[in-house]
Design a protein around this ligand. Structure first.
Ligand code: TXA
Ligand code: MG
Length: 326
């Protein structure tokens, strides 16, 4: 339980232009006063994130969106009513006066009202917007516990609010409402179908004209070790062939088909999408820490409820070598 004095301390750090890591219902965020370009620059420096990759501004309630965005379309109000507070980010035309650092120089701004009680207390007491990317080094696996944040940043963060494990474990769904038809820029826990139902219209696919979003880069959310996603039988074969070559293998699979080989570190993932997502990043960190040569992940079902998990796994695998090059 986080005390009021911890919240007060965090607010003081934000007001002084420092960095506060805080839990949200999706993943931990690394926050700074969104109205202060100098404070926001510290986020980019700590993360190693290129300056043209924009951040999400977190606010306590939907009313505050007017401070950050202009020409807010009706569909934004519909989505806000349906999903806020919660794991949805909206990209809107930015209001005058919003600094270029937080928007990465774009004409748009991303906003979100998180539901996590600690995030809510922090944002209410602070009163303004808190710019926060997921609290991980650029391109790496997001942090879902305060301990992960400390491992990533150590003393570079002035204050870490420990709210236990993030509930959902996967970043928010991002919908671009800044130009024409709504577009899903990043799948998340709220599915495309739920968004379409609440919006009362269909979502366009994110195309080449989409604003830059590093969470949508092909290689992202990646552990240090090469990661391969494979079907169950192939995964067992791959694991066997890599161990025959003297390689150490770590696997994230569903419980069935576990090989008896002790050289393989094996985590049995939950078979429902919610529990799987909740533990995904913590599991990838654990497997990464085994010092193995390859992480093998069993492919998840290709259904809508697994869309966010499949998106993250595909990106985590994208930068890795082909299996025969490991
Ligand atoms: O669940 C979440 O969204 C977490 C928690 C902390 O709120 N935050 C998060 O932030 O995942 P980050 O920075 O890791 O991912 C935000 C994504 C990035 O891909 C970023 O490029 C995109 O949102 N984004 C931010 N502003 C944007 C804009 N104006 N236009 C398009 N994409 C934007
Ligand atoms: Mg991120």
């Amino acid at each position: 339980m986080i005390s009021d004095s911890e919240i007060e301390h965090a607010v003081a750090v934000l007001r002084a232009g420092g960095l506060v890591a805080f839990p949200t219902e999706t993943v931990y965020g690394l926050g700074a006063d969104a109205a202060s370009p100098d404070a926001v620059r510290k986020i980019y420096a700590a993360i190693g994130r290129p300056a043209d990759h924009p951040l999400i501004v977190h606010v306590a309630d939907a009313i505050q969106i007017a401070n950050w965005a202009r020409d807010i379309p009706d569909v934004a109000h519909k989505l806000a009513r349906a999903f806020w507070p919660g794991p949805l980010t909206l990209v809107l035309a930015r209001a005058r006066g919003v600094n270029d650092v937080v928007t990465g120089g774009q004409d748009t701004v991303a906003v979100r009202v998180p539901s996590h009680p600690v995030a809510q207390r922090l944002l209410r007491r602070f009163g303004g917007g808190v710019a926060a990317p997921s609290a991980n080094r650029f391109g790496r696996v997001s942090a879902t516990t305060a301990e992960h944040v400390r491992q990533e940043f150590g003393l570079a963060v002035d204050c870490v609010l420990d709210g236990g494990e993030a509930d959902l474990g996967i970043e928010s769904s991002i919908v671009d409402l800044s130009a024409g038809a709504p577009r899903l820029l990043r799948p998340g826990w709220i599915t495309a179908r739920e968004i379409e139902e609440a919006a009362g219209r269909t979502l366009a696919a994110a195309g080449a004209a989409s604003p830059r979003a590093p969470g949508t880069l092909a290689a992202h959310y990646a552990p240090r070790t090469p990661l391969v996603v494979a079907e169950g039988d192939l995964l067992v074969e791959l694991a066997a062939s890599l161990t025959r070559q003297g390689k150490k293998v770590a696997a994230l699979a569903f419980s069935a088909g576990r090989p008896a080989d002790p050289r393989i570190t094996w985590i049995a993932a939950a078979s429902d999408a919610a529990s799987y997502a909740h533990s995904l990043y913590a599991n990838l960190r654990r497997l990464d820490e085994t010092g193995c040569d390859a992480i093998l992940v069993k492919r998840a079902p290709p259904t809508l409820e697994w869309a966010a998990v499949n998106d993250r796994l595909a990106r985590a695998a994208a930068g890795a070598a082909a299996p025969d090059e490991i």
